[in-house]
Design a protein. Structure first.
Length: 125
């Protein structure tokens, strides 16, 4: 989704990155990441658990593989889903097989130009 396709979406959703942690087993060494980023090539679930315990502040997790690992480990407190009015017939599923259901409570919905819908859910524990 781009600003051109869906005007106002990027402005209305706060995507400010304060710190970035890159989980990748293929990258290593100095220069693999830059700026406010830090690489952790090890177990991403352990690192996410440590970061949550460290300051408890909000954390965005991107990427289907990393998010699936965090979901299976029960580390996600809130889901923000942005749905574009486009159907695709292939690609990586963001919600991989889970051992148990994840029950959610709807806390927010927003509609954007072009039919884009943002829904925000909290995990029921």
């Amino acid at each position: 989704m781009t600003e051109r396709e869906y005007p106002g979406l990027a402005v209305d959703i706060d995507l400010t990155i304060r710190r970035a942690f890159v989980a990748d087993t293929r990258c290593s060494g100095a220069g693999a990441v830059d700026g406010n980023s830090r690489l952790f090539p090890g177990d991403a679930v352990s690192e996410i658990t440590r970061l949550k315990a460290e300051d408890g502040g909000p954390m965005d997790i991107g990427g289907a593989t990393l998010a699936a690992s965090a979901m299976r480990a029960g580390l996600i407190d809130e889901y923000v889903l942005v749905t574009a009015p486009v159907l695709v017939g292939s690609g990586m599923s963001f919600f991989t097989s889970l051992d148990t259901w994840v029950n959610l409570t709807l806390v927010e919905t927003r509609t954007f130009p072009g039919g884009v819908l943002l829904t925000r859910y909290e995990t029921r524990r």
